[in-house]
Design a protein around this ligand. Structure first.
Ligand SMILES: Cc1ncc(COP(=O)(O)O)c(C=O)c1O
Length: 461
């Protein structure tokens, strides 16, 4: 057992850890190097795993291969970006060709127009588009434009909704959710004073906030915080649309995850609710970095020179609309435009949710799988009735019960146990790509089966 170098962590030497360390010795060694250059050894908080994360050398289709050569079924799918799976031939071909033609012209180019035209064709609210480098930048831009256009300063968001890591929206995105103090280390009280946080799925609370605080905009993940961990349904979206129109509050759909995934036109097309502004990223750029804000012509006019507002929002950004991301984005959007990709990923996730629930009943563990579209969420401390249909939301959709901190030790042990069985799960959640086959799903259920046995033997579940 290799425990050297990770003495700073309190690692329980369990069956799970022993098997994990035996299976991933090269990853352990790379982590030693990573820890010497990165805080906690990682470059994204979610990739932190005890006793150490896996290191991957290549990926194709639904799978990635670790440095040890183990093939792992991947449910992170590029943090949601890879609806088409790893290395889709159309995307690879487009990027390889573009690479040889140049990655940055410091000039306008035709591909950026083609990319934006595709977005406009697919996303109902996208009358005009501005490319950014990430989803975080897109949500930042949405707020600034909303303020410039409305002349109001406050911004409304929902408890547990994630919109990137910038100062204005990261409060209230992570547990623990307190009722009135959303302070985050490093964020000033001045910034926090401009944020109004509303409990999800409560139109009465929304109306009260709109009446009393008159926010410039209201932003949300349209299928629910953390991509549907606490699901939101069409009725709420329609009510919110009406309230925004009534009180002059701009409605912003953050479709960084849902855009092109739940439907080629995003959640707004699925629910037939058109927001004023939409933020996009991930699938938008076909697996390369990229984001966008799109929306009404008059609102995006805030970015135009000599605009109707008499003041322009400044927006530079070295890699905005760069040819490589544009090439990958065009290729991906062309593949998914007919809706077949969304249909397939939604169907495979539904199948997996059902198969996992059958397994959890068989194994008599208090776990449940739920979710909508291609998202799968697990609740590992569920004592309600076993779900009968895929459209049932557990625990009455109550965010105080669904969006809770499960024991950190179980979280790490669960991921490590699954990895040992050949599956990489995104925390307590996962997403499918079009490359996930029936065989992958069956193998995933078997991996859960064995992982639960090991966790049980360790007394973790
Ligand atoms: C809904 C949502 N909005 C915004 C972001 C931020 O996007 P990025 O990581 O590209 O900055 C994310 C990232 O996961 C997201 O899930």
């Amino acid at each position: 057992m290799i425990l050297s170098g990770i003495d700073a962590m309190s690692v329980t030497v369990s069956r799970v850890n022993a098997a994990y360390q035996e299976k991933f010795p090269e990853s352990c060694r790379l982590f030693e190097r990573g820890r010497a250059v990165f805080p906690s050894g990682v470059t994204h908080d979610s990739r932190y795993l005890e006793p150490f994360p896996i290191y991957v050398k290549e990926a194709l289709g639904s799978r990635k291969t670790t440095v040890e050569g183990h093939s792992i079924i991947d449910y992170w799918v590029g943090h949601g970006a890879l609806l088409l799976g790893h290395g889709h031939p159309a995307v690879v071909d487009a990027v390889q060709k573009q690479m040889a033609r140049g990655t940055h012209y410091s000039a306008c180019h035709e591909l950026e127009i083609a990319w934006a035209e595709l977005v406009r064709k697919l996303i109902p609210s996208a009358e005009r588009i501005r490319f950014t480098n990430s989803g975080t930048e897109a949500t930042l831009m949405a707020l600034r434009i909303a303020r410039l256009v409305t002349g109001r300063t406050k911004v409304a968001k929902f408890v547990g909704h994630f919109h990137g890591w910038h100062d204005l929206l990261v409060p209230a995105a992570y547990l623990p959710y307190t009722t009135d103090d959303w302070s985050m280390p490093g964020i000033t009280s001045g910034v926090l004073d401009d944020l109004v946080v509303i409990p999800p799925n409560d139109l009465g609370a929304v109306e009260q906030v709109f009446q009393q605080q008159q926010p410039a905009c209201c932003i949300l993940e349209p299928t629910g915080g953390h991509w549907g961990l606490v699901p939101i349904q069409g009725e709420f979206l329609r009510g919110l649309r009406d309230l925004c129109s009534k009180y002059g509050v701009l409605l912003v759909f953050d479709e960084v995850i849902t855009g092109f995934r739940v439907n080629p036109g995003g959640a707004q097309a699925h629910y037939a609710v058109t927001p004023d502004l939409t933020t996009l990223a991930k699938i938008l750029a076909g697996g390369l970095p990229g984001g966008a804000l799109c929306g009404r012509v008059d609102l995006l006019d805030a970015l135009a020179f000599g605009n109707r507002y008499g003041q322009k929002m400044k927006h530079p950004g070295t890699f905005n609309g760069n040819p490589l991301s544009a090439a990958a984005g065009c290729a991906a959007l062309n593949v998914l435009a007919d809706g077949e990709a969304s249909h397939r990923v939604n169907a495979s996730a539904r199948q997996l949710r059902q198969q996992l629930n059958e397994l959890f009943v068989k194994k008599a563990v208090p776990w449940v799988a739920y979710g909508e579209f291609s998202m799968i969420h697990l609740h590992p401390n569920y004592h309600g009735p076993m779900l009968l249909g895929d459209d049932v939301i557990p625990l009455d959709g109550d965010y105080r019960q669904l969006d809770v901190e499960h024991p950190g030790s179980l979280k790490h042990a669960f991921r490590a146990a699954l990895l040992t069985q050949g599956v990489d799960w995104f925390g307590w959640s996962g997403m499918t790509s079009i490359m996930h086959t029936d065989q992958d799903l069956a193998q995933t259920v078997q991996a859960f089966d064995r992982a639960i046995d090991v966790l049980r033997a360790d007394g973790s579940c």
